[in-house]
Design a protein around this ligand. Structure first.
Ligand SMILES: NC(=O)c1ccc[n+]([C@@H]2O[C@H](COP(=O)([O-])OP(=O)(O)OC[C@H]3O[C@@H](n4cnc5c(N)ncnc54)[C@H](OP(=O)(O)O)[C@@H]3O)[C@@H](O)[C@H]2O)c1
Length: 266
């Protein structure tokens, strides 16, 4: 396991951290950072082969990794998955990172009901099902952290109406749960990445990927795409003692993009 470039190596020692969508991209980078800081990590996603391969690679680096297939859209499967992780760890879950998600670019007028439902069910409903199932465990121990990965949709999200609506829902949910669950010692925050160079971009058409590499950085105040580590470090910050007095917040990790620029032209 490569040491963290930022944090001391015992920041998350003995913490049990769930990362949904931890088999690829940003989720994998979050899992690696948490492992480098001494945590045990559980990852879940639908594509079993990729999930298992990631788990094997992380274990080969010395990580304590639990991996099992998970579809966050299915509330009964979520409950069973969370029960499985909890019993593997003797009941204790310290951190949930709701990273699993996905969408496809489309003008709003062309999104069909099936596509709309799929994106909202994954990004909004799935985040809620995971949060509720894990919070039930965290409430018995009287502490926990939930960190929701959302997106940069503050000025509307042209070309991504479905995920913009779903992520805005998660930001509001983040505040509500932070307030309702504060008395149970559960801190709930979100991270809004800008455009991050990750496997998630591989699913977009080549034309959009080319524009992301060449044009998009010009419209970001810090003039570069984000890295997966940029997001993973923000997660570690919120998961560790630095985050002890932060709840209900959404942190933008976007090079200033939320404030200026035209990433996806209308
Ligand atoms: N890259 C960016 O610029 C960017 C910007 C803002 C926000 N984000 C968000 O950051 C998160 C990670 O993105 P990424 O770029 O790392 O893309 P990615 O590699 O496609 O990661 C998404 C992960 O979510 C999992 N997933 C999707 N649907 C799921 C479901 N129903 N149940 C369980 N797992 C599911 C996927 O695995 P399976 O397909 O195997 O299930 C995959 O591992 C996503 O929520 C993404 O929308 C990314």
């Amino acid at each position: 396991m490569n040491p963290s470039k930022i944090f001391r190596s015992d920041l998350l020692t003995d913490k049990n951290v769930i990362v949904t969508g931890g088999g690829s991209g940003i989720g994998r980078a979050i899992a690696e950072e948490c492992l480098a800081l001494g945590a045990r990590v559980a990852i879940g996603a639908r594509k079993i082969d990729r999930l298992e391969q990631t788990a094997e690679e992380l274990r080969a680096g010395g990580g304590d990794v639990y991996a099992a297939p998970l579809d966050i859209r299915d509330p009964e499967a979520v409950d069973a998955w969370v029960d499985g992780v909890a019993s593997h760890w003797g009941g204790q879950i310290d951190v949930l990172v709701n990273n699993a998600g996905g969408q496809f670019p489309s003008p709003a007028i062309a999104i069909r009901p099936k596509g709309w439902r799929a994106v909202v069910e994954t990004n909004l409903n799935g985040t809620w099902f995971m949060s509720q199932a894990v919070a039930q465990k965290m409430m018995s121990s009287g502490s926990g952290r939930i960190i929701n990965i959302v997106a940069n949709m503050w000025r509307g999200f042209p070309g991504m109406a479905h995920t913009g609506a779903a992520r805005a829902g998660v930001v509001n949910l983040t505040r509500t749960l932070a307030l309702e669950w504060a008395k149970s010692g559960i801190l709930v925050n979100a991270i809004a990445p800008g455009v991050i160079r990750s496997s998630g971009l591989d699913t977009y058409p080549q034309e959009i990927r080319d524009s992301i590499e060449t044009e998009v950085p010009k419209h970001i105040p810090l003039k570069r795409l984000g890295t997966m580590e940029d997001v993973a470090w923000a997660v570690a910050y919120l998961a560790g003692p630095c985050g002890d007095y932060i709840t209900g917040e959404t942190i933008c990790v976007d090079g200033g993009q939320a404030h200026w620029g035209t990433v996806f032209p209308i």
